[in-house]
Write a new protein. Structure first.
Length: 389
């Protein structure tokens, strides 16, 4: 056993929240093979691990990670995060899922159909997008990267996803399924297809399912997706700053931010408060105050703002950018998370998907840190943050 290991003191909840925030911004240098997501719809590039038991994803592949002060090192009986010679926390790696060794009858490997993201089976059901490869492409997105590299197939059928979901549940303990899609040039923007995939997954496996899509032109589509059986829905505005949205997601910006609020209101009616979420990516030049106010407005109508730092994906148009400073990310969390907690909106209440898993954000770590239950923390033993005016 190393000297550093003998003198190791475990982090408290505040220190762990800070470490996760730092690692999500600076990245984690890894000397070992680690299960990760490369490419895919939306922001990705994520090594998947548990840090002192907290589910976390962290950039591991991008060039900037090489200058991160944080390194994951192999120890006699596991792994740990180090900063220089200081051992900071224990690491447990996501094991290679057993179902990755299986294939469909016609020879498609299961891992090309869906990946395990820690304890969630996740798939981009249509790995193509009407915006990809033209002036509408979202600059942070990597949906075409994994397809071009042959790591996935363009279209996953409901039957394929159902087959893989059962295996992911039985062999690897998947607790939910997260299904996203590239946008289509049809009025439903892909929502009905991902809804049909959710129906098949749910019928076969019984797992709760989150579906993700753009606001459809006809909002009745949202009710039809609900009727197909999805439990939660992500309709992702990505940023609340209209100028930034026009730069980073010109295709999505065409609908306007109010179209998202309209779709969310309809979705909350169908799916319930807290079961509707949106990614909010920080670090793309957005106005912080507008971001905080808009997150709170979303919370007020029952939408979970899933706030994450930008994670520049190798191969995406933002590949050469850097994630935002962890202090900036935390400053936004600290204005939004207490607001959510005061309204009873927590990750615990989300049935499926990104906001249930939480590993790509530091929000849940901050939920766990802060004041004890006797001073306003959650009744379930988790703790809350002090409220900001
Ligand atoms: S809409 Fe944007 S984020 Fe979504 S798949 Fe298309 S390019 Fe990627």
């Amino acid at each position: 056993m190393s000297e550093a290991r003998e003198s190791f003191t475990p982090l408290n909840a505040d220190e762990l929240a800070e470490l996760i925030g730092n690692i999500q911004s600076h990245g984690l240098r890894v000397e070992s093979k680690i299960e990760r997501r490369r490419g895919g719809a939306g922001p990705s590039d994520a090594g998947m691990l548990w840090i002192d038991g907290a589910p976390t994803t962290a950039p591991t592949d991008a060039a900037y990670v090489q200058s991160s002060p944080y390194e994951m090192r192999h120890e006699d009986d596991g792994f740990a995060v180090y900063e220089g010679s200081t051992r900071l926390a224990e690491v447990r790696l996501a094991p290679r899922p057993k179902y990755y060794d299986l294939s469909t009858e016609d020879g498609i490997p299961y891992w090309k159909i869906a990946l395990m993201h820690l304890d969630s089976m996740a798939s981009t059901v249509l790995q193509t997008c009407a915006y990809w490869g033209n002036s509408d492409q979202c600059t942070f997105c990597g949906i075409g990267v994994s397809l071009a590299a042959g790591r996935t197939i363009a279209k996953k059928t409901p039957a394929m996803l159902a087959e893989v979901a059962v295996a992911a549940r039985d062999l690897d303990g998947a607790v939910d399924a997260t299904l996203t899609t590239g946008s289509t040039a049809t009025p439903d923007r892909g929502a009905l297809y991902v809804g049909k995939c959710a129906e098949a997954v749910k019928n076969a496996s019984g797992l709760p399912v989150q579906v993700q899509f753009e606001p459809p032109e006809d909002l009745d589509v949202i009710d039809r997706v609900k009727d197909l059986g999805a439990d939660s829905v992500g309709i992702h505005v990505e940023t609340f700053d209209p100028k930034v949205l026009a730069q980073v997601a010109p295709g999505k910006a065409r609908w306007g931010i109010e179209a998202y609020f309209g779709a969310w209101e309809r979705a909350v009616k169908a799916f319930g408060e807290g079961q509707v979420s949106t990614y909010v990516i920080l670090g793309m030049g957005e106005d912080p105050q507008l971001t905080i106010e808009s997150c709170r407005r979303a919370v007020d109508i029952g939408v979970y703002p899933f706030i994450v730092p930008l994670r520049p994906v190798p191969g995406s148009l933002l590949a050469d950018e850097r994630p935002p400073a962890p202090e900036y990310v935390e400053s936004i969390y600290r204005e939004v998370v207490p607001y959510m907690l005061a309204r009873g909106m927590t990750a615990e209440g989300v049935m499926a998907g990104c906001a249930r898993c939480q590993a790509c954000s530091g929000m849940a770590a901050l939920e766990r840190a802060g004041s004890p239950a006797s001073e306003g923390g959650l009744a379930d033993g988790r703790t809350s943050l002090p409220l900001f005016a």
